[in-house]
Write a protein that binds this ligand. Structure first.
Ligand code: PMP
Length: 398
């Protein structure tokens, strides 16, 4: 007898499938713009100098690997809070924020979703249309009904702010609203500070619960600037949660370094909520892993290494900006049409405006791979492939 005879095959992840097709492509000039990773000018995942240095130091002073506490390395949690809420945050001083190291930003989303489905009086979470695909799956797996709010205006290649507000206003009181703090994945369309203020007021007035996802802090304007939405909500006397990730900002994808931070009204509530978070973590994976957290905490808590890291983060950010400008400039010169919106978008990703058919042509005729929605990873461009990609895009766009 076979227990698994009737198990259905789950369809594979379309973006990972894209990379498989890319890997199998023998054409030498191929370019994979479908990825969700920051690549450097040589097309490699960078190993940051600050990370390398702390790793050497830790290796020289190697320690036994006991279990971490359920909510992770204290030095990591504290450094993370400061990065998200600011060094001088009155909330941190008041003990209103409880932070737990999690298995990547994905783990933070799941633990946060499990927490809210248990503690809040709602089953509804609203995510942007479109959003990172896993948002729907993670919240769905935790038992939420996932609905969309209008976000992107394809015709204008930017945010549909009025549509967003209208949809948020329609949500039932108490619903959870997932917000990308910066560098929206997949569109690259972010809110201005003015728009954030309007949204934050609306959330407060309508009794909606903010769930902030910040996976690209430092990839648009800077560490402090990219945390604007968090700082704003923190000043509004509201409860909310933040799922954060160092996968991109430290280029530590495989180390699975993330955190869940919960903001409560006072220190007593924060402690009670933290005990609930710990119970959830305990029953999923018991406690997080040591190495990645030690690297991040080591860098953030060493003035010298922190400076190195900030410098490297700036280099990554500026490279993305230069590539955006370079692509737009070349497309302009080639008379490909108006792609200036690519420069206004933020972070690693851009909804390029290319149609499914144009994406197919890029792959078939030029060995350039992009997501079917037209999403491209700007960080997968380089000064070496920029001309080639711009020429190909101009060809299919005409
Ligand atoms: N949120 C968003 C918006 C993301 O793009 C990602 C990663 N692609 C994550 C969360 C998850 O981050 P991690 O890889 O650390 O789990």
């Amino acid at each position: 007898m076979s227990f698994f005879a009737n198990v259905e095959q789950v369809p594979g992840d379309p973006i990972l499938g894209l990379t498989e097709a890319y890997n199998a492509d023998a054409r030498p000039n191929k370019v994979n713009l479908g990825v969700g990773i920051y690549y450097d000018e040589n097309g490699r995942i960078p190993l940051l100098r600050a990370v390398y240095q702390i790793e050497q130091q830790l290796a020289l002073d190697a320690k036994p690997r006991g279990y971490l506490p359920i909510d992770g390395l204290a030095a990591y949690d504290q450094a993370t809070q400061k990065l998200l809420f600011g060094e001088q945050s009155p909330l941190l001083e008041a003990g209103r924020v409880s932070t737990s190291q999690t298995i990547g930003g994905s783990g933070a989303l799941r633990v946060g979703a499990d927490l809210l489905i248990k503690l809040l009086d709602t089953r509804t979470v609203a995510i942007s249309n479109p959003s990172w695909e896993n948002h729907r799956a993670v919240f769905g797996a935790a038992g939420f009904d996932v609905v969309d709010y209008t976000y992107f205006d394809a015709a204008r290649h930017g945010l549909d702010f009025e549509g967003m507000l209208a949809d948020l206003r329609k949500l039932e009181r108490g619903s959870v609203v997932l917000l990308h703090a910066c560098c929206h994945n997949p569109t690259g369309a972010d809110l201005t500070q003015e728009q954030w203020r309007v949204v934050a007021e609306l959330l407060k007035e309508r009794g909606l619960f903010p769930f902030v996802d910040i996976a690209y802090q430092g990839f648009d304007k800077g560490i402090e600037e990219d945390a604007y939405a968090i700082r704003l909500l923190a000043g509004m006397d509201m409860d909310f949660v933040v799922a954060s990730s160092y996968s991109k900002s430290f280029s530590l994808y495989g180390e699975r370094v993330g955190a869940l931070s919960v903001v409560s009204a006072d220190a007593k509530q924060a402690k009670a909520v933290q005990s609930q978070v710990k119970r959830i973590i305990r029953t999923i994976y018991s406690s997080p892993s040591t190495h990645g957290a030690a690297l991040v905490a080591g860098v953030l808590n060493s003035p010298e290494l922190r400076q190195t890291w900030e410098q490297e983060l700036t280099e990554m950010r500026e490279r993305i900006h230069a590539l955006r400008a370079g692509l737009v400039g070349k497309l302009n010169a080639l008379g490909a049409g108006d792609f200036s919106f690519i420069e206004r978008q933020a972070g690693m990703f851009s909804y390029s405006g290319l149609s499914r058919a144009q994406v197919d042509r890029l792959r078939d005729e030029f060995a350039i791979y992009a997501v079917g929605t037209g999403r491209i990873c700007v960080a997968a461009l380089s000064q070496k492939n920029l001309d080639y990609v711009a020429n190909a895009v101009a060809t299919v766009a005409r």
